[in-house]
Structures are given as C-alpha cells and as structure tokens.
Design a protein around this ligand. Structure first.
Ligand code: NAD
Ligand code: NA
Length: 395
C-alpha cells in the first residue's frame, strides 16, 4: 500500500518499511566506512529496535561482526496497517546481517517481565552459549512490575516547584511558554521504578544465575545530563531521579560481578531526536538550538556516530575513560562550554519568529519524520510498500 505519515502530537502512528530499512542501511554503511572495532563478539541488546539501542546493535554487528540478540516491544503489522518503526528497523537490520552471515535473532515482548528474561536466556544458551556485552537501552513510560503485576507510570515533572519555560511545537514552529506542576513523591517513586536501575539489575542477575556471562563481561546503560537550562524538567526532575538510581545501580552490578571480573557502566549520551526525547517538554526547543550550533561547529552526531565513538574511543580501550562519578561521557561535545554558551544565548532570543533562522527546526522535524521512515532521501514514497514486511528471525 501507499504509506503516509499520520502524526498525533509527538507520535506518528504509521511507519514506512522501506524508509526504515534505508535508515538502517545508512547506519550500517557508516559503521562499515570505519575500521573494524576490537569490540564485542556476542551481544544482548535490550531496547534494540530504535534510537541508541538500534545503533548499539548495528555497531556490534557491523563493527566487530558480533552475533546479536535484540529484545524490544514493537507492534507487528496487520493487513492494511503498518507495524511500528522499530519493527521495520529490525526487519532491515536482520536482513542485512543475515546476508553477511552475521547471527541476529530478535524477541518481541515486555523486557520487564520474567517470561521474556527466561525466553532470552534460553535462546542465549541454545545459540550463543555466553554473551560478553549487554546493552540496556530501554525507554518506556510504563512498567508492569514482575513481582506483583502492578502497573507503574513514569512522569517528566520538576521536583519541589513548578517550572515555566519556553517550548516549541515542532509541527507548527510555535514557541510558547509551558508550565509544569511539580511531581509528587509518588511520581518520583514511580518514575524510578520504571526508568531506574532495578530492571537492569534483574537482567544481569538472571543472566549471571544462568551462567551465560563470559569472564570480562561488560554491561552499559544509557543516561543523560544536559545543561542547567533543562535541569528542572530533566536532571533535577522526576526522570533525573531515575537516572541517579540507574547510575548508582552500575556500582551495585559491578560488585555483584566480582567473580567473573564483570563491569557495569553508564554512558552519558548526547541529546538527540528519538521517540522518547520528543515527548519531553522544553527539550525539542533545546535540541533544535543545539543542532544548529553543533552543525555550525562541525560537531553534530546522530545515534550511530555516538555509539561508534562509545565503542571505539571508550568501551574497548584497555583503560576506559570515565568522569569522577565513574560515568562514560560521550556528551562531551554537547557540553563544551562554547557550545552551551551559544545555546544559552540563542535560548533568550528564541521566538516563533526567530526560531526558523536561529534554530534548526527543519533538522528537528526532518529527523522526527525519519524516525518513522519518512522523508528519507532515495525512497520513493509514491510507490506501493509492503506493510506486512516481517522480521526474518523473530520469536
Ligand atoms: P527509543 O524510544 O528510541 O528506544 C526505546 C527502546 O526500548 C525501543 O527499542 C523499544 O522497543 C524498547 N522498549 C520500550 N518498552 C519496552 C518494553 N517494555 N520491553 C522491551 N523493550 C521496550 O529511546 P532512546 O532515546 O534510544 O533511549 C534509550 C536510552 O538512552 C534511554 O535510557 C534514554 O534515557 C537514553 N538517552 C536518550 C537520549 C536522547 O536524547 N534520546 C540522550 C541520552 C540518553
Ligand atoms: Na533504544
């Protein structure tokens, strides 16, 4: 069928299989254009279908020929109804990997559940034996707790006081003020339950108990810090508490992995347009200004450039460089003083009238559509596409 974008706020309810596969191909080509990374060999990626998780899977498979198992939660297609973008991304990825004889299998289901953990471990035992890297890149607004079946919802709220700042509706380009009421203690707890370190720790301990981790096993989860400007809604808000918890959990996991010399890291990544970040108030305006400045300075990166740098210049060095809190930093270019000074200055000037000139609103919008396989160069959108495109090897 002919597939067109259908957007509702910061979501798009359709996705294009050919556009998604083309995005994946571009990321694969980027990795292939670099020299081989002395990287992982057998990898499990949780949250493998979009954003940083997908880039981690591609970098593993095409950077060091790694076998990958990807876990994600995506909507399969139905006759006349498209799948979600992560489904088509995975179809494109697996097809490309298999063509080059690279092992790739996927599991579609709730990573928070005990069942999916069990199923994944069985697949590792059957096909890979042991894994040497676990990437934890899950981003979800809800978690059904595996112990009691209770559903928890994460929030994106400030703590202590309400927060008012500018934001942009990137569909219309309107810059307006938003006010967000502070989260309650319950909001904080729930957000930590969904996006904190508990599930990461459960994954590692289930894998360790099943004896499917190699000696020197590594695991990495992704975090964000960002500038003072967004602190009330991000790092010092409810989601920031969850990231604090995630970062603390790295130490707990490393302690638990002493016997096998395993290590857990958090990597602080750059702000990028993904399905998760478009849902956060204020952040889209920040990103559109940031992109403008970083592009002008020749420092702009997408998910694939970020993860390539993570593997090549951090994770697989003999000595992994970290900050004083033990975190890997690949947000170093975003956080450069001269970048942040320029963004802060533009922030003051940003209005509906000025933004098209001083910010990269076009870049933002294009990348948003790209997430769903739309507006991708070299794709003919007037041609029929097969919405039933499947994933070659899925459980
Ligand atoms: P994303 O929305 O692109 O990816 C989320 C992934 O999680 C998808 O693969 C999705 O299928 C999977 N997922 C969601 N719920 C699931 C469930 N219940 N079971 C299994 N899989 C599930 O998000 P992203 O932006 O790539 O974020 C990944 C991580 O990177 C998050 O921890 C995020 O905070 C962090 N991060 C993001 C940014 C940014 O600007 N986007 C910056 C720094 C760090
Ligand atoms: Na991801």
């Amino acid at each position: 069928m002919i597939i067109e974008p259908r957007t509702r706020g910061f979501i798009c309810t359709t996705a294009h299989p050919v556009g998604c596969a083309e995005n994946v191909k571009n990321q694969i080509d980027y990795i292939k254009s670099k020299k081989t990374i002395n990287g992982p060999k057998k990898v499990l990626v949780i949250g493998a279908s979009t954003g940083f998780g997908l880039a981690s899977r591609i970098t593993s498979a095409f950077g060091s020929h790694a076998a990958t198992i990807g876990v994600f939660f995506e909507k399969p297609p139905a006759e006349g109804k498209t799948a979600s973008a992560g489904w088509y991304n995975t179809a494109g990825f697996e097809t490309a990997a298999h063509k080059e004889g690279i092992y790739a299998k996927s599991i579609n289901g709730d990573a928070f559940s005990n069942d999916i953990k069990r199923e994944t471990i069985e697949l590792i035992k059957k096909d890979l034996g042991k894994i040497d890297l676990l990437i934890y890149s899950l981003a979800s607004p809800v978690r059904t707790h595996p112990d009691n079946g209770k559903r928890f919802r994460s929030t994106l709220k400030p703590i202590g006081a309400s927060y008012t700042n500018k934001t942009v509706d990137f569909h219309t380009g309107n810059v307006n003020e938003v006010s967000i009421e502070p989260g309650t203690d319950e909001d904080i707890e729930n957000t930590v339950t969904v996006m904190g370190g508990d599930d990461w720790q459960r994954w590692v301990s289930a894998l360790q108990e099943a004896d499917v981790l190699t000696k020197d096993f590594k695991t990495v989860a992704y975090s964000y810090i960002g500038p003072e400007l967004t602190e009330p809604v991000y790092r010092k808000g409810t989601i920031g508490r969850a990231k604090d918890d995630l970062e603390k959990t790295a130490f707990t996991i490393t302690d638990a992995l002493k016997d096998i010399d395993g290590k857990a890291y958090v990597s602080v990544n750059k702000a990028l347009v993904t399905q998760s970040s478009s849902a956060i108030p204020v952040i889209p305006l920040y990103i559109s200004l940031l992109y403008k400045v970083m592009k002008a300075e020749g420092l702009q990166e997408g998910c694939i450039e970020q993860i390539h740098r993570l593997f090549n210049d951090r994770l697989y060095l003999d000595e992994i460089p970290t900050d004083e809190e033990g975190r890997i930093r690949i947000d170093d270019w975003e956080m450069k003083a001269n970048i942040q000074e320029q963004v802060a200055k533009l922030w003051e000037e940003a209005t509906t009238e000025t933004l098209p000139k001083i910010g990269d609103l076009d870049g933002y919008t294009t990348e948003f559509y790209n997430l769903f396989g739309f507006r991708v160069p070299n794709v003919d959108y007037t041609k029929e596409a097969d919405e039933m495109t499947g994933i070659p090897s899925i459980t």
